[in-house]
Write a protein that binds this ligand. Structure first.
Ligand SMILES: Nc1ncnc2c1ncn2[C@@H]1O[C@H](COP(=O)(O)OP(=O)(O)OP(=O)(O)O)[C@@H](O)[C@H]1O
Ligand SMILES: [Mg+2]
Length: 410
């Protein structure tokens, strides 16, 4: 029986990885901190074969502890779920002589300032980006390089759209930079975040994500996903639809830009979640890449739409087996996130009537909880999942159901 070391399972994709490992007949050992392990839901713990504790905020110590554990246990593959730990996954795989990404480039998969440099070096179509510590520095650099407003301001390290804002004028730069520096520590491990801020050109156009399983430098693309976000200053994701209805030429351009980005980041064995916009002037532009499975239940959405199990294919790649990524079957799936109409006390969700295609859903916020406004993904109170034969139908079904959904806040 193969043994996989998974660096932190407490993530949206964690349960999918653990289920896929079981289906492949592999055992999973999870690397985490014992205090974090205490907070694992029972259902997650039940899927794990064993745990090894270390301090994931100390990369040198974690590397030494986990290498010793892996050698003593006879670990066959190293995997991860969290973006912030993807450099550790790459370094550990290299140390153990197992398949993985290039550790020399791995920091670029975690830090958007380093990623922008790697994209520039690899001639990846990406927004021009500067990295700064203050609004004054940003204003001077933008003027020098000739980047006009609007610009997008974001933390060099974060996720979930936390701290990301679209800044329309020089007067708003200060607020944007402060917003980006509001989360210096990432829960649950207490990982310190780079406090640099990146400022980049605003890219217009629709947004997509494309997941790719990479095995021995060969790319296995999953069906593209259309990403729906809020408009205005804060861009939180409101939902995803798989597959995105894209003409063949646009899909192949999206794939080409993605492959260029993965090469620039040294992603050679594992999985990548690439976010792109298709600009009316410039075509596909890469916004970011995570060398990890997607969050937002996209593993489930893609599987319901296409029959392809991305978590299984990822584990096959790190086990050095050819990943199963067959041609997608006909069908579509959409997820929509429920966010409160305004800040206040949450009283529940009412969906009037019956709705075609509504196959799953979860309300994750308890009644009586205080909820914020939808600046980032932390405002979500739950989600609904729909399936239908086509993307157009599933989008229409989701829109219809949402129009009959009331989120009670006072
Ligand atoms: N340069 C840009 N031009 C236009 N929109 C952008 C740009 N950069 C980011 N955005 C918008 O802001 C959203 C969040 O940005 P980004 O993906 O870089 O941050 P994140 O915190 O990693 O987000 P998430 O984890 O939600 O994917 C993007 O999905 C996109 O809608
Ligand atoms: Mg993103």
């Amino acid at each position: 029986m193969k043994k996989i070391l998974l660096i932190e399972a407490l993530a949206n994709s964690g349960p999918y990885v653990l289920d896929a490992a079981r289906a492949l007949g592999a055992r999973v050992f999870v690397a985490t901190h014992e205090d974090v392990y205490e907070s694992y839901p029972g259902a997650l713990r039940d899927k794990i074969h064993g745990a090894v504790f270390t301090d994931l905020t100390d990369p040198d110590r974690a590397l030494a502890d986990l290498a010793a554990f892996a050698e003593a246990t006879g670990i066959d593959a190293v995997a991860g779920c969290w973006e912030f730990f993807t450099p550790l996954v790459a370094h550990l795989a290299e140390r153990l002589g197992l398949p993985g990404n290039d550790p020399r480039l791995a920091q670029a998969c975690r830090n958007k300032a380093v990623m922008a440099q790697a994209f520039y070096a690899g001639q990846v179509p990406a927004p021009r980006t500067i990295s700064v510590r203050t609004a004054g520095e940003a204003a001077r650099a933008l003027g020098r390089i000739g980047i006009g407003f609007p610009v997008v301001v974001k933390p060099a390290e974060q996720g979930g759209s936390w701290g990301v804002s679209v800044v329309e004028s020089p007067e708003q730069l200060d607020a944007g930079v402060q917003h980006a520096q509001s989360w210096p520590i990432a829960a649950p491990h207490g990982l310190p975040m780079d406090q640099r801020v990146i400022v980049q050109e605003y890219v217009a156009g629709p947004e997509f994500s494309l997941d790719t399983v990479v095995w021995r430098d060969e790319y296995f693309h999953l069906p593209p996903v259309e990403k729906h976000t809020t408009a205005g200053a804060y861009r939180a994701e409101t939902g995803h639809t798989c597959p995105a209805a894209l003409p063949a030429a646009e899909l192949s351009a999206l794939r080409a830009a993605t492959e260029r980005a993965l090469r620039a980041l040294g992603i050679r064995n594992g999985v990548a979640h690439t976010e792109l916009k298709i600009s009316p002037d410039a075509g596909p532009v890469v916004i970011e890449v995570g060398a990890r499975l997607p969050g937002d239940h996209l593993v489930d959405v893609i599987r319901r739409a296409s029959g392809i199990d991305e978590a299984r294919a990822y584990l096959q790649a790190v086990l050095d087996e050819k990943p199963d990524v067959p041609a997608p079957r006909e069908g579509a799936c959409a997820i929509r996130f429920l966010t409160p109409p305004r800040a206040g006390t949450f009283h529940g969700v009412t969906i009037d009537g019956r709705h075609d295609g509504l196959v799953d859903g979860d309300i994750t916020t308890p009644t009586g909880a205080v909820v914020g406004s939808a600046h980032d993904n932390s405002a979500r109170i739950g989600h609904l999942v729909f399936t239908a034969p086509t993307a157009a139908q599933v989008n229409a079904d989701a829109a219809h159901a949402l129009a009959h959904t009331r989120i009670e806040v006072s």
